[in-house]
Each structure stands twice: as C-alpha cells, then as structure tokens.
Ligand binder design. Structure first.
Ligand code: MRU
Length: 361
C-alpha cells in the first residue's frame, strides 16, 4: 500500500511522456492525479503545494528541469529554468540538491543530448528516493524496537513526512510502516499542523489507507499528551539540516521538541542525506519561508454536501504572519535517522555521517 507504484506521489508516464502527480491540495477529500507538462506546471505545482515535502519537491524539480531541457537544451535555458524552479520554495535543501544533480549530469553534454540525460537522472533519483526511505525505515525501526511501551507504542508526528512527502514510504513515517509490518502495535498521534493542516489532511489519510491506528489532535494539545505520559517518542522529518545538527522542519516542530525534552520523551528526526545542507553551519542560516497570511486566516475543507469550500476564520482586516518552518536546535534532538544509519545531532555526528557518505578525507 505505502510501497507500491500504484500509490506513489509522483510517477513518470512513459506513454504520455510526462509526470503524473497526486494533487495534494485536494486531499483528503478528493484523490485526483494530474499531469505536469510544462516548466510552468512544475513551478506552479511546487509553489502551490500540489506537491510538497522536501524530498518530493526535489524530485519534482528534477523532472521539471528535464522537461525544460527537452524543449531547449541551451545553457541559457538551463540557467533560467533552474533559477525559476529554485525560486519556488526557499527552505527545503533537496530542491537545490536535486537541481545541482541534474546540472552536474548534463553540464558537459551537447545541448541536444541534455533533455534525455536529465530525464534519465530524474528517473534514477526517483528510484533512489524509494530505496533511501526504505532504509530510513529499517534504521528507524531499530530505534523503535528499543523503546519500552505499554499496550501500544505511541508515536507522535507532525506535518506529513510520509510517502506523500517523498515517493514511497516517507521519512518519519517509514519506521512507522516498518514497525507495523514487524507486528509492533503502533498508534500515531497526528497533530493537525496549522495552518495548512498537512497532519490532519495528509498524514491521517495515509495512515487510514494503510490501516495504521491513529488519532488526530490539535497542535496545542501535544505538550499535555506528553505530560500525561501518552507519548513514547516523537518522530518528525526535516526540510534542511545544518552541519551542527540543527534541523528545520514544519512550523510547530520546535515546540514539540521543547515539550519532549521537558517530559523525557525521545525526539527523533528522520531524513535522507539530501536534506543536509553541508554549507550551512547552523539553523540561524536557514531561510524560513513566509507564506501568504491568508493561509492563517482561512481554512479549507468540504461543506455538508461534500463540496470544497474555504471559510474565513478571523475578523475581516485582521493582520496575520505565516512562517512555514522553524528550527529545532540539535541539542533537543535525540537522534538523526538517515539511510546510512542513526547519528547524533551534533557537529561530530554530522562529520561521522559525512564520512560514511563521502569517505574520510
Ligand atoms: O510545507 P511542506 O508541507 O512542504 O512541509 C513538509 C515538512 O515540513 C516535512 O516534515 C518535511 O518536508 C520532511 S518530509 C519528508
């Protein structure tokens, strides 16, 4: 279910020669796939969050650049398409990582060969993402197996770091799916994740389809649940990780980490290496995306007749601010779970991970 090509957030359609995505802005009420046929389609899908989640954004951008190069492989077009895609969302590290990977794959080629080579690289990146997330799941499972729990293992997550945020499996949800498959009685606390509600709209939808027990809770209830001893660990993803172990994830993650530390609850962050910004020394250097305040002032859903609608929440004319991410200092993170294994969220831990990835230099 969470690891089949049938349910994948993005796939290449070789017959039509284009990319098919699930439009995540319509979930959980409507499951609709749509095709991205032009560079503008890709930029629009990323900036409006039809596709979202740092790893998926990276892969979508890779296919977007390949599409642009298939029409015009000149260096001028390569640079302008890259810059348009890079401007779609500023926080996640995977966007630049994926675009750089495509540029490295095609930079030395003749312009008329670049489109094909870029597409081959994007298709390979998509497959690599599936394998990486499966490995994150296995490494995360080893951590989960060490936790003592009562009747069920209560895992709290935030936002959506499941297969909708990657290609399959997910990052933070990969260990959950692996634990369920291993027969561990898991229950997931899904925090709604205002203002876009990715927890309530996406994570809950994923878990429900996979038959994983879960409960949706208001973001503000998480501290109380931890205090009451109802949370065995917190498991979230990361959009950009600094080399000192600071992690940047969906707004509200930091408050969960603070509360977890105060209550002795382990706080784990699951991420592929592509999420690490090796040029970023600390969380303060990470650009925090500020989205339209309207996302705070309104809420989208369906009415009693099942029709999509949007409701105004605040008094007309109220000002609002909408930072989309926050930074959790590495000192509040008990472990980083990657496809290479489990590491400390410290400069030493990141150096060790870097040595595993690139060899000791
Ligand atoms: O704004 P979004 O929905 O793209 O934010 C997504 C998250 O914050 C996820 O937790 C993050 O990308 C890690 S997921 C693999």
């Amino acid at each position: 279910m969470f690891s089949s090509d049938e349910l994948s957030s993005l796939r290449w359609d070789p017959v039509r020669g284009s990319v098919e995505i699930i439009d995540q802005t319509l979930l959980p009420h409507t499951l609709r796939r749509c095709h991205l046929d032009t560079l503008s389609d890709f930029c629009h899908a990323i900036s409006t969050m039809q596709v979202r989640g740092a790893p998926l954004i990276g892969i979508a951008a890779a296919f977007g650049l390949a599409r642009a190069l298939s029409e015009d492989g000149s260096s001028k077009n390569l640079e302008s398409a890259r810059s348009r895609l890079l401007g779609t969302r500023p926080t996640g590290a995977n966007l630049r990582w994926a675009l750089d990977a495509i540029c490295a794959a095609v930079g030395d080629l003749e312009p008329d060969r670049r489109g094909e080579a870029a597409l081959a690289r994007a298709i390979a990146m998509r497959s690599e993402d599936i394998a990486q997330c499966a490995r994150i799941g296995e490494h995360g499972l080893t951590l989960l197996r060490r936790i003592e729990f009562g009747e069920r293992l209560n895992i709290m997550t935030h936002c959506n770091a499941g297969w909708l945020a990657t290609i399959q499996w997910g990052t933070a949800l990969a260990p959950v799916y692996k634990a369920v498959a291993a027969g561990i009685p898991v229950h997931v606390w899904v925090s709604e994740t205002r203002p876009r509600n990715q927890g309530m709209n996406l994570t809950a939808w994923e878990l429900q389809r996979a038959g994983v027990p879960f409960t949706i809770v208001a973001d503000n209830s998480c501290g109380q649940l931890m205090r009451a001893g109802l949370v065995d660990c917190v498991l979230v993803g990361s959009d950009r990780t600094a080399t000192n172990g600071d992690v940047c994830n969906k707004i509200g993650t930091y408050l969960k980490a603070l509360s977890a530390r105060d209550n002795g609850v382990p706080f784990y962050v699951a991420l592929p290496e592509s999420t690490i910004d090796w040029n970023c020394p600390a969380g303060e250097a990470i650009p925090i995306e500020e989205r339209d305040p309207a996302e705070v002032l309104t809420i989208a859903g369906v009415d009693a007749a099942g029709e999509a609608c949007e409701v105004n929440l605040a008094a007309a004319g109220s000002p609002a601010l909408n930072p989309a991410f926050d930074v959790t200092p590495g000192r509040l993170v008990d472990a980083l779970v990657t496809e290479y294994g489990v590491y400390e969220a410290t400069p030493a831990g990141l150096s060790e991970l870097r040595a595993s990835v690139y060899g000791r230099r």
